[in-house]
Design a protein around this ligand. Structure first.
Ligand SMILES: Cc1ncc(C[n+]2csc(CCOP(=O)(O)OP(=O)(O)O)c2C)c(N)n1
Length: 328
């Protein structure tokens, strides 16, 4: 199942929006935090996990999804949210803690929630898997052919919630796809140190579901495999586990000194930047001209600039509203 030229361009544009968004976050996050790093200072307080380099994982899957399909994402959620169609302005405002944000500024960057496109994420590792299975069960019971996709990191695969979710999804043949973004690091712990199997895709065998491995951060190969998995799920054939070999070009969080990275790793990963590769692929295939590339790039940058401007110019919630929209 190969993407059409239009789909490829959508994927590329979406990857660019995601990259520009992360670049903006990276710069703005440091405002107020230099020269002394204080996590609470600046327009973006709290932790910040960037998904720079992992863009193919989101677009390869979300290119097949409809607004009614459910996505549960991780603590590194911006690329997944953007590819699912979460409102960029309201997402930016949420990250800034503004009242125009998706959750009125109460959630922040790890708790992006957009009911309009059925997107949620969580700062708790593997937390999204149970809700994705629940959403898939609800779709199945209603006879709706929507699906649920749960994204997780390769570190999260060692959580009990992963195994419980896969087992139940397989027993009940639920329309859910588990997508493991393997960036080979869980904070500073390498996959080799934490995980007994080389490829998490083989774990699917234990739950009697197909397990697919996508090498080399390849959005086109992922589009193909995800398309089959989602079609099968819509047709009632049950869940699939997909593992994508990807690259985290940023630190685990902003402020991470990355002392654990072997010498030369980052340079090697940057030499395989998926945005540059996707552009080259589309140009080589004749799908994209240099002029179109410029237009798409400018459009993506404008979308991000407008979202940031919206967030910056929005108001903070009033102190008197602090207990509204939260469980107390
Ligand atoms: C249940 C739980 N345990 C520990 C943490 C702390 N923690 C935050 S991110 C992280 C590593 C996650 O690694 P991975 O799943 O590979 O995702 P990545 O950060 O590489 O995207 C951990 C242990 C947490 N958020 N939740």
């Amino acid at each position: 199942m190969l993407p059409t030229s239009e789909k490829k361009k959508w994927m590329y544009e979406n990857m660019l929006v995601s990259r520009f968004f992360e670049e903006a976050m990276e710069a703005i996050y440091m405002e107020g935090k230099t020269p002394v790093f204080n996590m609470a200072e600046g327009p973006i307080p709290g932790e910040m996990h960037l998904s720079t380099g992992q863009e193919p994982c989101a677009v390869g899957v979300c290119a097949h999804l409809r607004p009614s399909d459910v996505v549960t994402a991780t603590h590194r959620p911006h690329h997944q949210a953007i590819a699912k169609g979460v409102d960029l302005k309201m997402m930016a405002a949420e990250i800034f803690g503004k009242k125009t944000g998706l959750s009125g500024g109460r959630g922040g960057h790890m708790h992006i929630f957009d009911a309009d496109v059925n997107f949620a994420c969580s700062g708790i590792i593997a937390q999204g898997l149970g809700p994705a299975v629940g959403a898939a069960l609800s779709k199945q019971m209603k006879g709706d052919d929507s699906v649920a996709v749960a994204f997780l990191g390769e570190g999260a695969v060692n959580q009990g919630a992963f195994h419980e979710a896969l087992n139940l999804a397989a027993v009940w043949k639920l329309p859910v796809i588990f997508v493991v973004e393997d960036n080979s690091w869980g904070i500073s712990v390498s996959k080799a140190e934490s995980t007994a199997v080389k490829h998490n895709a083989v774990r699917a065998q234990a739950y009697n579901m197909p397990g697919r491995f996508i090498a080399d951060n390849d959005p086109i190969a992922l589009y193909d495999v995800a398309g089959i998995a989602i079609e099968d799920a819509r047709a009632g054939k049950g869940p699939t586990l997909i593992e994508v070999e990807t690259t985290r070009l940023a630190g685990h969080f902003m402020g991470d000194a990355e002392g654990y990275r072997p010498d030369g790793e980052l340079d090697l990963l940057k030499s395989k930047d998926p945005i540059i590769r996707m552009k080259k692929l589309l140009i080589d295939e004749g799908v994209l001209s240099e002029d179109e590339n410029l237009q798409i790039t400018l459009k993506a940058q404008k979308l991000v600039d407008e979202a940031i401007e919206f967030a910056r110019s929005s108001d903070y919630p009033e102190p008197a509203e602090a207990l509204e929209k939260v469980f107390v």
